[in-house]
Ligand binder design. Structure first.
Ligand code: ZN
Length: 241
């Protein structure tokens, strides 16, 4: 059984389609989404539709939450705020309802999924260092948990109480060890690499692979500008920031 696990699509349809096609080519039979389907880029409705059609396990992200509110909370920066207002105007009522009903965390077979953190999933904190990861590990009851939110692929490994942080292409899952794994972002990577990121988890082989996939960046950028969204959102896609 091969799972394609992806996060932070952020309404980037070109990146989403490239990832789904790549995953199918690599014989993935199951999909899992870690939230933030919308926000920032130009195809929120289409991306909600594509992900809904997968009928796969999914959790809610902070942009999904904001898109369903009438007014934003104060912690969004001005660019994200303009984008989320635009997003609200471009979602169908049933998209909104679907986003609103998403759970904050979920167990899928023998692993867990969450958008931000396991200790306080509704607070949308960021896990960048071992201290942040330790707080999540305290609430992780499965060997493996996948998360998103930072848009930076990263692997935290807890072994005998010690936590290590790594960037690795392949993660071999060992017993009695916990793994908190960020799949990176499909639609707005922020690690200096513009390619769409996602993971494949091969359950039988106990192996997780982190992948980066080329997509039609130019079309995604043109749509952002044509939509009247902040130009910065198109520019940042090209540099992966
Ligand atoms: Zn995000």
């Amino acid at each position: 059984m091969r799972f394609a696990i992806f996060s932070d699509v952020h309404a980037n349809l070109e990146a989403l389609e490239a990832v789904l096609a790549d995953a199918r080519e690599r014989n993935c039979t199951h999909f899992v989404c870690l939230g933030d389907v919308v926000g920032y880029n130009a195809n929120p409705h289409e991306c909600v539709e594509r992900v809904r059609e997968l009928d796969c396990p999914i959790v809610k992200g902070n942009h999904d939450e904001q898109a369903t509110l009438v007014e934003s909370s104060s912690d969004f920066n001005p660019v994200a705020e303009r984008a989320i207002q635009w997003t609200r105007d471009h979602l169908a009522e049933e998209d909104r309802q679907w986003l609103q009903d998403l759970p904050l965390q979920k167990q899928v077979r023998d692993f867990t999924i969450v958008h931000a953190t396991l200790d306080t999933p509704s607070q949308w904190g960021y896990v960048f260092n071992n201290l942040d990861a330790a707080a999540s590990f305290a609430y992780q009851y499965t060997g493996v948990c996948f998360f998103g939110h930072t848009h930076v692929p990263m692997v935290f490994i807890r072994d005998d109480g010690d936590i290590k942080r790594e960037r690795m292409e392949y993660v071999r899952i060992k017993p009695n060890t916990k793994y908190f794994i960020n799949t990176g972002s499909v639609g707005q990577p922020r690690d200096g690499n513009w390619r769409a990121g996602y993971c494949i988890y091969d359950i039988e082989k106990n192996l997780i692979q982190q992948l980066r996939i080329k997509y039609d960046l130019e079309t995604a950028q043109k749509k952002i500008i044509k939509a009247g969204l902040p130009r910065l959102l198109a520019e940042r896609l090209a540099i992966g920031r």
